[in-house]
Ligand binder design. Sequence first.
Ligand SMILES: NC(=O)c1ccc[n+]([C@@H]2O[C@H](COP(=O)([O-])OP(=O)(O)OC[C@H]3O[C@@H](n4cnc5c(N)ncnc54)[C@H](O)[C@@H]3O)[C@@H](O)[C@H]2O)c1
Ligand SMILES: CC1=C(/C=C/C(C)=C/C=C/C(C)=C/C=C/C=C(C)/C=C/C=C(C)/C=C/C=C(\C)C=O)C(C)(C)CCC1
Length: 530
Amino acid sequence: MSSAHKTFSAPPATPISDISATLTRLRTTFQSHKTRSVEWRKQQLRKLWWGLHDNESDIAASLWQDLRKSEHEALQSDGIWLKNAIIDALGDIDTWVKEVPVSADLLSKAGSPTIRKEPLGVVLIIGAYNYPFQLTIGPLLGAIAAGNCVIIKPSEISQASCAVLTKIITDYLDPDAFAVVNGAIPETTELLEQKFDKICYTGNGVVGRIVATAAAKHLTPTILELGGLNPVIVTKNADIKTAARRICWGKALNAGQVCLSPDYFIVPSSKEAELVSLLASSWRKFYPNGLKASPDYPRIVNDRHFQRIKKLIESTSGEIKIGGQTDESEKFIDLTVVKVKDENDPLMKEEIFGPVLPYIVIDDLDDAIAFVNRVSDTPLALYTFTTDKKEADYILGRTRSGGATVNDTIWHGASHKLAFGGVGESGMGNYRDKFGFDAFSHHRTTVRQAGGWFEAVLDARYPPYLPSKLSQYRMLLEKKPSFSRDGKARVSWFGWLLSLGGGDKKTVVVKYVATILGMVYFLRILFLSQ
Ligand SMILES: NC(=O)c1ccc[n+]([C@@H]2O[C@H](COP(=O)([O-])OP(=O)(O)OC[C@H]3O[C@@H](n4cnc5c(N)ncnc54)[C@H](O)[C@@H]3O)[C@@H](O)[C@H]2O)c1
Ligand SMILES: CC1=C(/C=C/C(C)=C/C=C/C(C)=C/C=C/C=C(C)/C=C/C=C(C)/C=C/C=C(\C)C=O)C(C)(C)CCC1
């Protein structure tokens, strides 16, 4: 890749004294109602598409410089991924922005209630280093579609990507509505002093708490996209060959620096040897000349993270089954599989965010589920490999996670169309496609009340509150429960007869079809016998 050799310098930090003026500029734009125009929003999205397209080789080159990410991965999950997301948003934005009529109770109906989708105002997006384009421009798409002004704060760790991202935003988008603030903790701290209408933060939970605390001072709502320890439960009913290949891919992607990376797997003893051997052979097939020589395998983003992961490998009391090599000069860490005894191993204490994959042998499925819930009960992702659909549902029904994929890794988080977000420790809120539009919109319930003629109906709401008015209200509007005091659904005799003895909709339809067929059969016999 020729563009891979192009290099970029870190953009200068934004002067802290400029930050509040930038926010004022954006707020003035928002208050001018310019962003309310859907055509203006579409134009911004179209321009952004061209910004990504014109700078595609720089996107790939900057990701190579920051993470030694291959062009394939750079385009698959940043460049082309975002361009496709924009084209789909442009195709659907007219539907998203429509005012939606809502069905209401008898009294509200005359006011034709609707939900208006309104912009929130000025929002802040704080990105992380591992997918510097996707994790900033991804939420930005929803914010633009919903009509907001936006300040983007990219992660200072991916410096080259910061430079390219800054160029795209400043060269292609309306500078009165969109701005990039570059820098590190001091700049982000100053940003967090300001009042925004929403903050979307991607990164670790420690900083997530700092962001949420700062936002709370202004009653600013937040989307927090955090991490966690993502488990993989491989059951005795798994197709081990497929599982090995797919776990391998999910762990090798971006050298494990993915919020959705498998953090550990659980395997029954009967499948352990086969799975470990197939993991090793899958890796050999992916990287036939070895990982270090492969242009497809990324490096750890900086020395601090390299040392952190290296230390984790050194501190494990488990048995290294595959890999284990590191090279500080290149920030290279081998894909490393480690058999650990229990959750007290250092590798099981925190999200690894690197290419190390511990595993534990557990034979009983309920024990495996209990282990997962004990280690971290709200990870961002949960994976299970089983060919038994009921078993997959059993696992899903007894665990929690931001998202889940059965029989693969990463996949529920790979599409730009599907809602993406965490739960509990892995975050709050979600975005992407319509979910992104909704996340950055205010759903404004609106009633356009009927005129003077409706006063006769409304008369009962006005004082003096005569007993007759309350009786009228009760008689016409009070609903009767269809459930008993002990919480059971109560079916009226009439309803019971009408539904041929009750049941859900499908059962009642089946009963009707069977009854009609029975009657036809009976009448036919009766008719033929005469
Ligand atoms: N859920 C998701 O979408 C998602 C995606 C990627 C990463 N992550 C998670 O992020 C973590 C890795 O990212 P990271 O946090 O190391 O990224 P990072 O170091 O790039 O930091 C993220 C952002 O926080 C800012 N920041 C750092 N310290 C701060 C402070 N004290 N005050 C205010 N802002 C500060 C940085 O400037 C940066 O913009 C992992 O836990 C991973 O799972 C989650
Ligand atoms: C279509 C047919 C065919 C061709 C199929 C082809 C060319 C398929 C190619 C598939 C590829 C390259 C899929 C790769 C997808 C990977 C993705 C989307 C990864 C996404 C990662 C993300 C979003 C990471 C996110 C990380 C986050 C959020 C945090 O850290 C033929 C030719 C086979 C014929 C039949 C039809």
